[in-house]
Design a protein around this ligand. Structure first.
Ligand code: ATP
Length: 292
């Protein structure tokens, strides 16, 4: 039996560079993993893959990304034995935090360990990319520049340790809808990734905070003004910066002090109907069996 964490991510920058011939968007995004994580426990069984998720409504069959990841490893490595996967869900679903990808990455790592397959990180990334563009990032963790469809990874210096408040409003955002809306009406402001990488290399968190930018934020915010409201609240409660993650709808705020972050989280719980998480950035060397 093995227990593995699948960590949430936020996008500190997200740029769309164009539409590719394969129909995907060419993106350039700085991704950051968080301490907030789902826990996956994998147990060997005679045959087949079974899954239990503690969140009613979330698919617990072959559509679940963790199931798909385990099935892919079994097929590619010719494993006859089966696995039972138990998922404790903490990452809000369909929220722009890549919770499904995190679970798939954890299932890949778990199968590698459970069956002592000896697959390298690079080999796991190749398998992960077949299931979803965010999975190679989830396998790497830390701070990464992702390009291409999001599957080409460049390891960056860890973002300075920072407290993070996540506020997920009760609205549904479809990722394909956000990209289509972007195409129909692309916003003028794009992130300056070169400047962000330069500030990150110098460990200059204040400068990084001034450079966060997500081209999908105005797109999703036009349909869901609550995003602008949450961003303003984060600032009012002392955030260094605040922005929507991925295609949304989660808004994150970065905080220098734990106390300020905790007070902001408490205020969000009291004043809004957001699902609120108080967490922190996770560096590349953080153990995969720890989180909060
Ligand atoms: P996207 O990758 O589309 O940006 P997201 O990060 O916003 O997604 P996820 O939490 O990954 O959101 O969920 C996207 C969809 O994936 C969900 O609506 C759900 O139906 C499906 N899904 C499959 N497996 C999982 C899983 N293990 N955890 C969460 N969602 C899953």
């Amino acid at each position: 039996m093995v227990t593995i964490l699948g960590r949430a991510k936020i996008n500190l920058t997200l740029d769309i560079l164009g539409l590719r011939e394969d129909g995907f968007h060419e993106i350039a995004t700085v991704m950051q993993s968080l301490a907030l994580a789902d826990t996956l426990t994998l147990t060997r069984q005679e045959e087949g893959i079974t899954l239990r998720v503690d969140l009613p409504g979330l698919e617990a069959d072959e559509r679940n990304l963790a199931h798909r990841a385990a099935a892919l490893v079994r097929k590619e490595c010719g494993i006859r034995g089966g696995v039972h996967i138990d998922i404790t869900k903490r990452i809000p679903v369909a929220a722009g935090l890549a919770g499904g990808s995190a679970d798939a990455a954890a299932a890949l790592r778990g199968m590698n360990k459970l069956y002592a397959l000896g697959l390298s990180d690079a080999e796991l990334c190749v398998l992960g990319a077949q299931i979803g563009s965010d999975i190679p990032f989830s396998l790497m963790g830390g701070t990464v520049l992702a390009t291409g469809r999001g599957e080409i990874m460049q390891r960056l210096a860890d973002f300075p340790a920072t407290h993070v408040v996540l506020a997920t409003p009760p609205v549904a955002v479809s990722t394909p809808w956000a990209y289509r809306s972007y195409d129909a009406n692309p916003p003028a402001e794009h992130p300056n990734n070169a400047a962000f990488l330069d500030a990150l290399a110098r460990g200059d968190r204040t400068r990084c905070a001034g450079l966060i930018c997500n081209v999908l934020e105005p797109v999703t915010e036009a349909a869901h003004p609550v995003i602008g409201d949450y961003r303003a609240r984060m600032h009012a409660h002392g955030a260094l910066c605040a922005m929507m993650s991925g295609s949304g709808p989660t808004v994150f705020g970065l905080f220098a002090e734990e106390q300020t972050a905790a007070a902001a989280a408490a205020a969000f719980r009291q004043e809004t109907d957001a699902a609120v998480h108080l967490t922190r950035t996770a560096g590349r060397y953080e153990e995969r069996n720890r989180g909060n």
